[in-house]
Design a binder for this molecule. Structure first.
Ligand code: SAH
Ligand code: SF4
Length: 372
């Protein structure tokens, strides 16, 4: 009888172990319940919660709690679900972070987040998945195989780690940029609505009024157009919505945003008409301009016919190339002309300024590179 068939490698045993709950995915009420079950006074929950929201997840750094509670936190929870692997700083103040997951069989997989400072706000673009199941052919993330849905803890931990980093090393004053997180956009790696539960849970944690207290007006979720999930998001947490439109012609959108084959424009249109908007807010229709592909006169005409100018605005995006990308971006002049034509028809149109391109931190360039 062969001797090696019955041997279970130790890593397999480890990976079969159920994942520990993660500290950053616990709300105040859950922490309170945990403290009660550990015979700890209830106020300890608020102390731990406050540390987390400052970006301190390591119990050893939580100065006002007992050594016993620190040990308990360390053994019962995965307190820091992400490893900061690399940080790259762009000359314009943008910072790109590469994080490694620590959870069970996903340990070592990587995601990226980007901090984008402006004069009066600091926006973090977060990832919701490792890779993406959808294959939009102009997207770098889409070229990476889908590997994992992030947990709510891993989504929230991206923001907490960036807050901690900005506190430890604020942006240079000479840049005159905001050096803390005020806005969150789900525009990093992955399709957030394909990881619905964790994304909903993370939004609730960001909005927690005793926690980060980021209002829904400061949170934007970008989706390629998963119609039933957009409806549900609107029902439970109507944050700002951005739609990766990229074409208002079904045949072309079928190619550029393949989820269109399942949820074509007519279905998307009806869903957008019913999405609850905060006062003076608009749905953003994202449109990456690809030379000779979706920037022709007929594309403009179809886009004009699709947009509802009362509730929607168009955000024209410069194509961010990546090694081996099959498209060319439209010229800057053409882009301006495209925007002008929309504006002349009473449609709000903006051109997204690309940030952090020197560190591959711009939209659609995120793809954690294991070779570096
Ligand atoms: N999966 C979601 C969110 C992540 S992508 C979605 O598709 O909406 C964030 C935005 O970047 C989307 O509008 C996406 O279409 C755009 N994008 C993807 N690849 C790009 C590229 N190479 N250049 C410019 N924008 C890109
Ligand atoms: Fe996925 Fe969005 Fe990229 Fe499409 S554009 S492949 S949905 S991350």
């Amino acid at each position: 009888m062969p001797t090696n068939t019955a041997i279970t490698p130790p890593t397999a045993t480890l990976s079969n172990r159920p994942d520990l709950p993660q500290l950053p995915e616990l709300g105040l009420a859950e922490l309170q319940a945990l403290m009660t079950s550990w015979n700890q006074p209830k106020f300890r929950a608020k102390q731990v919660f406050d540390w987390c929201n400052k970006g301190v997840l390591n119990p050893d750094e939580m100065k006002n709690i007992s050594a016993e509670l620190r040990e308990k936190l360390k053994t019962e929870l995965l307190c820091e679900p992400l490893n900061l692997i690399r940080r790259e700083c762009s000359t314009d103040g943008t910072r790109k972070y590469v994080f490694g997951l620590k959870r069970g069989r996903f340990a070592g997989k990587m995601v990226e987040s980007v901090f984008i400072p402006e004069e009066k706000r600091g926006t973090v673009c977060i990832s919701s998945q490792v890779g993406c199941v959808l294959d939009c052919p102009f997207c770098h993330t889409g070229t990476q195989a889908f590997e994992a849905n992030l947990s709510a803890g891993e989504i929230v931990a991206q923001i907490l780690a960036i807050k901690a980093d900005l506190r430890a090393e604020p942006l240079a004053q000479a840049l005159e940029m905001h050096s803390d997180v005020t806005h969150i956009v789900y525009m990093g790696m992955g399709e957030p609505l394909a990881n619905e539960d964790s994304v909903h849970q993370s939004i609730a944690l960001f909005m927690h009024e005793d926690g980060l207290n980021i209002s829904r007006r400061r949170i934007t979720l970008s989706t390629s157009g998963l119609v039933p999930q957009i409806k549900r998001l609107g029902e439970v947490q109507p944050v700002n919505l951005a739609i990766s439109l990229h074409s208002a012609i079904d045949e072309l959108r079928d190619v550029l945003v393949p989820i269109n084959r399942k949820h074509p424009l007519k279905e998307l249109r009806a869903c957008l008409n019913n999405y609850e908007l905060a006062k003076q807010r608009h749905i953003t229709l994202e449109y990456v301009l690809l030379d000779g592909v979706n920037d022709r006169p007929e594309d403009l005409k179809a886009l004009m016919a699709f947009v509802n100018p009362e509730r929607e605005r168009v955000n024209l995006i410069q194509f961010n190339p990546y090694p081996g990308s099959p498209y060319q971006g439209t010229s800057k002049d053409n882009m301006r002309e495209f925007a002008q034509s929309l504006i002349s028809k009473g449609i709000r149109a903006t051109v997204r300024r690309s940030r952090g391109q020197d560190i591959m931190a711009a939209c659609g360039q995120l793809k954690a590179d294991t070779s570096k």
